[in-house]
Design a protein around this ligand. Structure first.
Ligand code: ADP
Ligand code: MG
Length: 246
């Protein structure tokens, strides 16, 4: 059974048909590159998987469960994490707070039924995750807005991994990074793959896609126009599919 199965997924906004029947699947531990020109429907497709958008039709199954119409929080709890292009980090807060944003561990106040955020546990677990990722973040108490682009990307990835997802969706994770930082993010993706976490990598940088992906899916005007193992395609082929010259 595939981990994620999309069948004939459709979504429109007013008169714009953003997705016109998208069908593809992702196997456990597989890294799938999702490419396509601006406006092809990549972000809409991912937001439909994560429950931000409700599809007009078609089915989305994840790990045996139908996702259609479920809330983003439920879908996240089933094991799908999304790292948005703008990272959606709280820039004024520190690293530990960002990793647990909205899902903070709590502890009971001694002798009362009250619960408060368990700051100590949060920092300890954030520390472990940052170390595991080899992220060069000075401390989990550091304010995120003061970190470099690559460090912020590491924090976003750490946040995605803290709750043991089965699938991580990354929207342009290397677009804003310096060359050395790109290598680090690609290494992280390889490490997630070794840990059997499936990844959908949206990227305009075909060299990155070819460096880490097992398969490449090209979307054009809301439909899948190519779905090939990386070893059976080439950058020229992929570009031709993206621009519609194939
Ligand atoms: N919330 C929205 N409201 C109206 N139109 C949208 C919305 N989101 C996306 N679209 C439109 O849907 C199409 C696909 O967009 P998008 O999924 O963002 O493409 P991509 O991520 O591949 O660049 C575009 O024509 C875009 O303008
Ligand atoms: Mg997009």
């Amino acid at each position: 059974m595939s981990l994620l199965e999309l069948n004939d997924v459709r979504k429109h906004f007013g008169t714009v048909q953003a997705l016109r029947g998208v069908t593809f699947s992702v196997e456990p531990g597989q890294v799938v590159g999702l490419v396509g020109d601006n406006g092809a429907g990549k972000s809409t497709l991912m937001k439909t998987i994560t429950g931000v958008h409700v599809p007009d039709g078609g089915t989305i199954r994840f790990d045996g469960t139908e996702l259609n119409g479920r809330h983003p929080g439920d879908i996240r709890a089933l094991g799908i994490e999304m790292i948005y292009q703008d990272l959606a980090l709280a820039r004024m807060q520190d690293v530990a707070s960002n990793i647990f944003l909205g899902r903070e561990p709590t502890r009971r106040v001694l002798g009362t039924p009250l619960r408060v955020i368990d700051r100590g546990r949060m920092e300890r677990e954030a520390e472990v995750m940052i170390k595991k990722l080899g992220a060069r973040v000075p401390s989990v108490q550091y304010i995120v807005g003061q970190l470099s682009g690559g460090q912020q990307q590491s924090v976003a990835i750490a946040r995605a991994l803290t709750f043991n997802p089965k699938l991580v969706i990354m929207d342009e994770p290397t677009a804003a990074l310096a060359v050395r930082e790109v290598e680090h993010v690609l290494d992280l993706i390889r490490e997630l793959k070794r840990a059997r976490i499936a990844i959908i990598l949206i990227s305009h940088r075909l060299t990155d896609v070819f460096a880490v992906c097992d398969r490449i899916v090209a979307l054009r005007q809301g439909v899948v126009v190519a779905d090939d193992p990386i070893l059976e395609t080439s950058m020229n082929d992929v570009v031709a599919h993206i621009v519609g010259a194939a």
